[in-house]
Design a protein around this ligand. Structure first.
Ligand code: PLP
Length: 236
């Protein structure tokens, strides 16, 4: 099932890219495997999927360990607490959920300790939802400037989790806003900051995100099926 689902999602990405006049090589599919078992991840990998997203550090690390035979790129997409930075930096190719200078400083310390340059994204709460993590849009430029000076942290772009909606078209304005913030930051030409990643769009709205310039879409349930657990703050 996972193989067929992946195929369908890839086809929809291709169509959305064509409609938007964008190259599909510019859009990375991140298969969000949170709560899903190893067998499903192995099946997806065998079907050509190598970027996977997890929202909990512990789960990401134990999956990375049990599948260390596969060259999977693990993306941390959920909220990161400072006391879990060490484990996150050990495993994640990219941390999508950085939402404070303090957290970036912790990542800097740990990345320097192990001699890594850690790719990160700033998470922006574009819709201003109380229940969600992320910087306020107006904080983004200042935080980017402060992170720019950290030698072992490479700020590559922005991430957002748009509101759940029955009308995905409604989220286009939020995706456009994220893109605009990335253009603002890019225009400052901070050393060590590049804005080539826009991580936005999920099962419900990834096509709209592609229309608005997403370079990474994070798709879970369309690939692995519904998740059976309560969604709590921090898990989404
Ligand atoms: C769970 C999750 C996703 C994937 O959600 P689906 O609706 O299942 O595609 C994407 N991004 C984040 C941050 C998530 O926590």
């Amino acid at each position: 099932m996972v193989t067929e689902n992946l195929q369908k999602v890839r086809e929809r990405i291709t169509i959305a890219c064509n409609k938007a006049g964008r190259s599909e090589e510019k859009v990375t599919l991140i298969a969000v495997s949170k709560t899903k078992p190893e067998e499903m991840i192995r099946e997806a990998y065998a079907a050509g999927q190598s970027d996977f997203g997890e929202n909990k550090v512990q789960e990401m690390c134990s999956k990375a360990e049990s599948m260390s035979d596969l060259p999977i790129r693990w993306h941390l997409i959920g909220h990161l607490q400072k006391n879990k930075v060490r484990k996150a930096v050990a495993v994640a190719c990219m941390i999508h959920s950085v939402d404070s200078v303090e957290l970036a400083n912790e990542i800097q310390k740990e990345a320097a300790r192990i001699g890594k340059i850690q790719d990160i994204l700033l998470e922006i709460n574009v819709a201003g939802e109380e229940s969600k993590f992320g910087l306020r849009p107006e904080e983004a430029v200042v935080v980017a400037e402060q992170i720019a000076s950290l030698p072992n942290v490479h700020l590559c772009g922005l991430m957002t989790v748009a509101p759940y909606t029955e009308h995905p078209e409604d989220n286009r304005a939020y995706f456009a806003q994220l893109r605009k913030i990335s253009v603002d930051i890019q225009s400052k030409n901070y050393d060590n900051v590049s804005m080539y990643c826009l991580s936005m769009g999920m099962s419900n709205d990834f096509e709209e995100a592609i229309t608005e310039g997403a370079t990474m879409v994070r798709v879970g349930s369309l690939i692995f099926g519904e998740r059976h657990y309560e969604i709590t703050e921090g898990s989404i």
